[in-house]
Design a protein around this ligand. Structure first.
Ligand code: UT7
Length: 336
């Protein structure tokens, strides 16, 4: 990004609801077993939002933590981007609701719909605004209340998903730090493989759509699995080569947390040791757009991310979509 400002992550924050749904709980709800879930996915438990918690409530908690950590007030924000497939409403956007809750009076606000890749799409969009000098501080949040669109009688999906929110405050950093490359992609021909069929303008809500459970998330797991392995590895290779790095340069891989077996394929392909990969899906399941920012925040809090470390963030999911970024870690704001 020659001639443009270098952009990085100044701080992170995350929030997951208190209620825990374990594999043992699910054994009582559908025909499944802890053994099947752990061996096929790696998931042991997930967090579930309470009845009165919507996505904006989860996002708010994560946002406040990120702002506090950077010592930036909500009034200083230039833009809020919320990546979610479980917005509070069709509109107003969840970003607008959050803007009001935070009191971010001068911030523009918009939602991004790119499913599990939403956070990567969000940081890529945010970076352009800061790099070209239009904005200084952009808050990007991946948040999902997937439990609200999950059919807890369908064992194919209900064991997989959880709720949570992760936030990242983006701003200018020194030129040797920050994002070095991005790769975004989409293949809309695979849209039906992972979707919510009703509730939009194609199939508006009717008694019939409700009866047919068309407001719940559905997924063709096997097809999405194959797609995920392919694009995750390809996108990682693309951003590494664009940044001029080799696989041995990766200090930390922060992948979307959908399935341990998908993560393992990347670990093998890039020859990574366990300490170079962030995994938290055992505790949270698949939180779609929240997976990557929550994993990143936890890694930061555990001291696993050091100044100058080269991170790869990579996601894939509904759309179908995928995206990756190389980030050289450094949270010190660059002041011209
Ligand atoms: O975040 C967005 C991207 N999403 C993903 O990346 C998810 C990608 N897909 C996956 O992670 C995996 O495909 C799943 C975990 C969803 C499924 O694993 P799988 O190894 O692909 O299993 P499968 O769908 O082929 O099902 C194998 C068997 C089936 O039984 P039959 O037909 O062989 O008798 C399923 O009915 O396992 C059965 N099954 C279950 N059994 C116990 C499916 N779900 C369950 C369950 N408990 N919860």
């Amino acid at each position: 990004m020659k001639g443009l400002r270098s952009v990085g992550i100044l701080s992170t924050g995350s929030y997951t609801p208190e209620k825990i749904l374990t594999n043992a709980d699910l054994e009582k709800m559908v025909d499944t077993s802890d053994e099947w879930i752990v061996s096929r996915t790696g998931i042991r438990e997930r967090r579930i939002a309470s009845d009165d918690q919507a996505s904006s409530d989860l996002a708010y908690e994560a946002a406040v933590k990120a702002l506090q950590k950077a010592n930036i007030s909500a009034e200083q924000l230039d833009m809020i981007i919320v990546a979610t497939v479980t917005p509070d409403h069709s509109f107003p956007s969840t970003a607008c609701i959050l803007q009001d809750k935070l009191g971010a009076s001068k911030a523009a606000a918009l939602d991004v719909s790119a499913a599990c890749t939403g956070f990567i799409y969000g940081i890529t969009i945010a970076t352009q605004f800061i790099a070209n000098g239009l904005y200084r501080y952009v808050l990007v949040i991946g948040v999902e209340a997937l439990s609200k669109i999950t059919d807890y009688t369908d064992r194919n999906t209900c064991v997989l998903f959880g709720d949570g929110a992760g936030a990242a405050l983006l701003g200018p950093v020194a030129s040797d730090k920050g994002f070095k490359s991005f790769d975004l992609g989409a293949d809309g021909s695979g849209g039906k493989l992972l979707s919510v069929a009703a509730g939009g303008s194609r199939n508006p809500a009717t008694a019939e759509t409700l009866e047919q459970k068309m407001h719940y998330l559905s997924m063709s797991g096997k097809e999405v699995f194959k797609f995920a392995v392919r694009v995750m590895n390809n996108a990682t290779e693309t951003v590494l080569s664009q940044a001029g790095y080799e696989k041995n340069d990766i200090d930390l891989l922060v992948p979307h947390q959908a399935n341990q077996r998908i993560i393992d394929s990347a670990v093998k392909r890039f020859g990574l040791s366990e300490d170079k990969v962030v995994v938290n899906l055992d505790r949270y399941g698949n939180m779609s757009s929240a997976s990557i920012p929550v994993a990143l925040d936890e890694a930061v809090n555990e001291g696993r991310v050091k100044d100058g470390d080269k991170l790869v963030l990579v996601g894939f999911g509904g759309g179908l979509t995928w995206g990756a970024a190389v980030l050289v870690w450094g949270t010190e704001e660059y002041v011209e």
